[in-house]
Design a binder for this molecule. Structure first.
Ligand SMILES: *[C@@H]1O[C@H](CO)[C@@H](O)[C@H](O)[C@H]1NC(C)=O
Length: 457
């Protein structure tokens, strides 16, 4: 452990030093409305077209043939469960469900229960759910952009949507929710040229909201959704009324140094619970190494790994479901079934896989890593521009990493709330819709009180 710790300290000191030496005075950069479609930029088709998900007979027949032809998978080593990745002795149960029990017609209807649309933004056809409150008499309707990440999709939001669009007696507002598929994900088209990383996606999503007539709106996200909406809040504060995030992590050199200092003097700076969530650093660091191999692959060679995943539904299921297992609780890897059904149903998990399979988007979705984690991005430090809009963090105990408010505030300058949630993991909207919805309501109610005060002054 000594070596790991010294290596981390060394790295952090060098990074922090270089940061402070080169620290420029930041102006908010102006990102262009890049054309991501084929050919030269042209006039966008501004129409907003209704959209329905269809599982065509050809698609389903082909999928069934592939599922039925799955080769014999290797069972996990003795007593290893999911620690080497998905257990090949368990996956056939998922494949059998997909092939024989998943009701494609019914699930298609289920997925089409909310109004969906597409519209062209910067050459990309962007798909989104747009759910208005049914009965909002006497309530102000607030637009809320809610954003999924990888390897999720809009499917993550099917349970939380009614919780946000049904008025609550104690609040004088209700939400109108816009849930887009990220570019390259599901039914949104992908860029044809390099460069569409997280900050550029913030531009696309901001333009989508403007297209829909929302000059100002609230935002909520987890995973890449959280990263992109943090970028949106820092790049376009004039459009973002407030940010609610269930993945508030600030990875600046200064913060890395602080995390190491805290590890030496924890009791001075941290509560016992914060300590438990963050340390020992060596364990956290090794754990991150174990669970983030995919991150390195996707940041470098997404297209290569994409070939197998887009050609084999068993491969796609293994790759994505492993994330839903360990992302929900790291201890799930010690269970033969990855504890998948403890938090989700097969239908829910397969609905998400069907979004990737139907649209053949696994490869393009993984490119977000390569387009974000690269030299240009790190050089521009677009991920450290301060966020000045009111922000709230819902901190689920099994989230990939935890930072106390003192670290989050390094970037979130106007952090009004950080709530330690009682249970739940990385896919909070899908796993704990009620807890997440309650925290969104409470946080935005506080932001609305602030906003009313501001309007008065
Ligand atoms: C799977 O393949 C076998 C052998 O060809 C066939 O008998 C069976 O009907 C197939 N099952 C499905 C659900 O397509």
């Amino acid at each position: 452990m000594g070596i790991v710790k010294s290596a981390i300290i060394g790295m952090a000191v060098i990074l922090a030093a270089s940061y402070f030496i080169n620290r420029p005075e930041r102006e908010i950069p102006k990102l262009p409305n890049t054309w991501w479609g084929r050919g030269p930029a042209k006039e966008e088709d501004k129409n907003i077209k209704p959209f329905k998900i269809t599982f065509t007979k050809e698609l389903v027949d082909d999928l069934k043939v592939r599922l039925n032809k799955t080769r014999t998978l290797q069972p996990a080593l003795e007593d290893s469960q999911w620690t080497y990745g998905v257990d090949g002795a368990y996956l056939p149960i998922v494949i059998d469900y997909w092939l024989n029990k998943y009701d494609f017609k019914k699930r298609e209807q289920f997925l089409n229960q909310y109004p969906q649309f597409t519209t062209n933004i910067q050459g990309l056809n962007i798909h989104f759910l747009h759910v208005k409150p049914k009965n909002h008499k006497g309530k102000r309707v607030l637009p809320l952009l809610i954003q999924h990440g990888w390897p999720g999709s809009v499917v993550e939001f099917y349970k939380i949507l009614p919780l946000l669009t049904t008025p609550r007696e104690e609040q004088d507002f209700v939400f109108e929710v816009i849930a887009p598929s990220l570019p390259g994900f599901g039914f949104s088209s992908s860029a044809v040229r390099p460069g569409l990383g997280s900050p550029q996606m913030a531009v696309v999503l901001k333009n989508l909201m403007l297209r829909l007539g929302f000059e100002q709106f609230y935002t909520q996200g987890g995973d890449w959704g959280a990263v992109i909406l943090a970028n949106m809040a820092s790049l376009f504060p004039e459009h973002v009324l407030g940010l609610h995030s269930n993945m508030c992590i600030v990875l600046s050199p200064w913060n890395m140094l602080k995390m190491i200092l805290y590890s030496y003097f924890p009791s001075l700076l941290l509560s016992a619970e914060d300590y438990h969530r963050m340390y020992p650093l060596s364990t956290r660091f090794l754990r991150n190494l174990e669970e983030t191999g995919y991150f390195h692959i996707q940041s470098t060679k997404p297209d290569t790994v994409g070939v197998g995943l887009s050609d084999s539904p068993a491969g796609l299921a293994a790759y994505i479901l492993e994330k839903f297992s360990t992302g929900t609780n790291p201890n799930n890897r010690f269970h033969d079934d990855g504890n998948l059904l403890k938090s989700f149903t097969f239908d829910q998990l397969l609905d998400n896989l069907m979004v990737y399979w139907t649209s053949n988007s696994i490869t393009t979705s993984m490119r977000i890593y390569a387009e974000t984690i690269n030299k240009n991005y790190l050089k521009d430090e677009l991920n450290t521009i301060p966020i000045t809009v009111p922000s709230a963090c819902a901190q689920f105990p099994h989230e990939i990493s935890y930072q106390p408010p003192s670290l989050i505030k390094h970037r979130y300058k106007n952090l009004i709330r950080a709530t330690k949630m009682p249970r739940g993991g990385h896919f909070a909207a899908m796993e704990q819709p009620q807890l997440l919805a309650d925290d969104i309501w409470t946080s935005i109610a506080e932001m609305e009180i602030l906003r009313k005060k501001e309007v008065k002054n």
